[in-house]
Design a protein around this ligand. Structure first.
Ligand code: C2E
Ligand code: MG
Ligand code: MG
Ligand code: MG
Length: 289
């Protein structure tokens, strides 16, 4: 990001640098404000979950819905997770927020008309907190959701502190929930993680889906094909995320990717809209929420 700022400043002269300084100041201020307000957002009921359906290999049958955290801020409007999840991690607030996400997602999943899996994202901080196994166990017990319908998504960066992460993942696996490695391919040692930790699913990061166009002998296709074959060889399911157009979808179907997710298939939506969608009453490729 710093390089990017420098580039913009160089490209547009000295004044631009000053403008950018102001912008950075504003951003720091916003961050401080978010930290302060996030602390009470949970109690005030300003957090909610949206759900993005994930489809089977045919791109039609919904098989899962990923819970995505949203903050309805009184002045800023709907704040996306990138703007506050890292703040929540730094302050430790992600632990109570994460426990709430787990409970809400399991409870919502019990109201769906089809027994889809529900996927919940876990952050590093949660994985290294002692209570994570109890939080998951409690969310299942309170909602009555069978463990096999819950899948926990962990990004590669969460696995940096290996020993603690391995223990937590083993304990979670024993509960019977699924484990997915999110944003696969973007970390520094993706393959090493596959060797050390047991997952049920890989989620190919959308950076690899983005350049897919036609099933020709291009490098982007070769890469994704190799990841899908890797998953198959290791007996893992494989989801492609970030599918934004028909061309990408076609390539992924032809490559035999087992699950498909992206704006082209369905946008993240409020829980009520998901229920309408599952009942056939709602177009999933609607406006972003
Ligand atoms: P993620 O787990 O990789 O989730 C996928 C993100 O990609 C979501 O963004 C989703 O809206 C977006 N997305 C889905 N399809 C497309 C597409 O076709 N094109 C593009 N450009 N984007 C697409 P969102 O909801 O803003 O979430 C961002 C990240 O925040 C998530 O990435 C996840 O790492 C984190 N996050 C979300 N909810 C939670 C949560 O409850 N707990 C924790 N710890 N992290 C969360
Ligand atoms: Mg995810
Ligand atoms: Mg992802
Ligand atoms: Mg991603």
């Amino acid at each position: 990001e710093a390089d990017h700022a420098l580039y913009i400043a160089k490209a547009s002269g000295r004044d631009a640098l000053k403008v950018h300084d102001d912008e950075l100041g504003q951003r720091a201020q916003l961050r401080a404000q978010i930290t302060h307000e996030l602390a009470s957002a949970l109690e005030r009921g300003e957090l909610s979950l949206h759900y993005q359906p994930v489809f089977g290999a045919d791109g039609r049958q919904p098989v899962c819905a990923e819970a995505l955290l949203r903050w309805q801020h009184p002045r800023l409007g709907l704040v996306p997770p990138q703007a506050f999840v890292d703040v929540a991690e730094d302050t430790g607030l992600i632990v109570p927020i994460g426990a709430w996400v787990l409970q809400q997602a399991c409870r919502d999943a019990m109201t769906w008309s089809a027994p889809l899996q529900v996927a919940v994202n876990l952050s590093v901080r949660q994985l290294h907190s002692r209570g994570i196994v109890d939080d998951v166990r409690q969310a299942l017990a309170l909602s009555g959701l069978p463990a096999h319908r819950l899948e926990l998504e962990v990004t590669e960066s969460a696995l940096a502190q290996e020993a603690a992460a391995a223990d937590a993942l083993d304990a979670l696996r024993e509960l019977g929930v699924g484990l997915a490695l999110d944003d696969f391919g973007t970390g520094f040692s993706s393959l090493a993680y596959l060797q050390r930790f047991r997952f049920d699913r890989l989620k190919i990061d959308r950076a690899f889906v983005l350049p897919l166009q036609q099933l020709e002998n291009s490098a982007p296709v070769a890469l994704v094909r190799a990841v899908i074959e890797l998953a198959r060889a290791l007996d893992l399911a494989c989801t492609a995320e970030g599918i934004e157009n028909a061309g990408q979808l076609k390539v992924l179907c032809e490559l035999g990717c087992s699950a498909l997710q992206g704006f082209h298939l369905a946008r993240p939506m409020a829980d009520a809209a998901l229920r309408d969608f599952l009942a056939g009453r709602h177009d999933p490729v609607g406006t972003p929420t």
